[in-house]
Design a protein around this ligand. Structure first.
Ligand code: COA
Length: 240
């Protein structure tokens, strides 16, 4: 695998660690990060040695302070941007990873930072985490899936209030809204993610991957179709 500039990739005992690594810019999501995430997630998908993925970030202050505003201000015309997004659909790629993905978030979690985490299966946050979607204040809307994944995660009313007002929320409220599964003191964040990863890794992987598919795909279906999907996946597991 190539060496990366703005992410760090490590693999240890079945756990893949992907670390956002632009701490001086609060891990703002730039084009380089998009390309590197796209590449690493593609490699992870194909790697049967990887049982669980942990997404985390370097530095003290932030998981990710959203899209890189310096690039945003010099963005190419929308037609190119749209084409680039299509060619490098990193959010689709996140969702296509069959292994469970745990986000371990600290400090500022803004814009694409929240959206990235919403493409993960389980979200853990340190008690100092602060969440916000500043897009409306910038005259734009979330474009990394947030307008769809946020309401699917915390419900329509709460999502609309946060999206429309741009109000930031702290870790306690994020937990209350079920935006995150658990909050922990900062030193316990990564150990908690690792403990969870170990727990998940103890179970038969085809069952873990099938349950991920059943939940993610099922939520986009009617109940009847969802039950059919569940039955198909259950059959596939039995046949193995
Ligand atoms: N894009 C590019 N650079 C960013 C950034 C972003 N989204 N967010 C922070 N940075 C950079 C700052 O420019 C600064 O760089 P510098 O040291 O070269 O001046 C560095 O990260 C530290 O940020 P700073 O603003 O000094 O930290 P702070 O603790 O005072 O404030 C925030 C933190 C998150 C409140 C503030 O940085 C901020 O509002 N960032 C923009 C958030 C945003 O609107 N994101 C876009 C969402 S679509």
């Amino acid at each position: 695998m190539s060496s990366f500039e703005v992410i760090i990739y490590e693999k240890q005992n079945g756990v893949a660690y992907v670390t956002l690594n632009r701490p001086k810019a609060l891990n703002a999501y730039n084009i380089k990060m998009r390309d590197e995430l796209y590449e690493v997630l593609g490699a992870i998908k194909e790697d049967d040695d990887v049982k669980v993925v942990i997404l985390k970030a370097a530095g003290d202050k932030a998981f990710c302070a959203g899209a890189d505003l310096t690039e945003f201000l010099t963005a190419p015309p929308p037609v190119f941007a749209r084409r680039a997004r299509f060619e490098r659909d990193v959010w689709g790629r996140f969702l296509s990873v069959e292994q469970p993905v745990i986000a371990a978030m600290h400090g500022y979690v803004l814009g694409s930072g929240i959206e990235m985490s919403l493409c993960c299966d389980i979200r853990l946050a340190s008690d100092d985490a602060r969440f916000g979607l500043p897009e409306p204040g910038l005259g734009i809307i979330p474009a990394a899936g947030g307008s769809q994944t946020l309401p699917r995660t915390i419900g329509r009313a709460a999502a609309l209030e946060i999206l429309m007002s741009g109000r930031w929320i702290d870790a306690k409220e994020a937990l209350k809204l079920k935006l995150v599964n658990k909050i922990l003191p900062r030193p316990e964040l990564l150990p908690a993610a690792e403990k969870l990863a170990q727990k998940i890794m103890c179970y038969p992987q085809p069952a873990v991957r099938a349950v991920k598919q059943a939940v993610w795909r099922g939520l986009d279906l009617s109940l009847t179709e969802g039950l059919e999907l569940e039955a198909r996946l259950a059959q596939q597991i039995l046949k193995r």
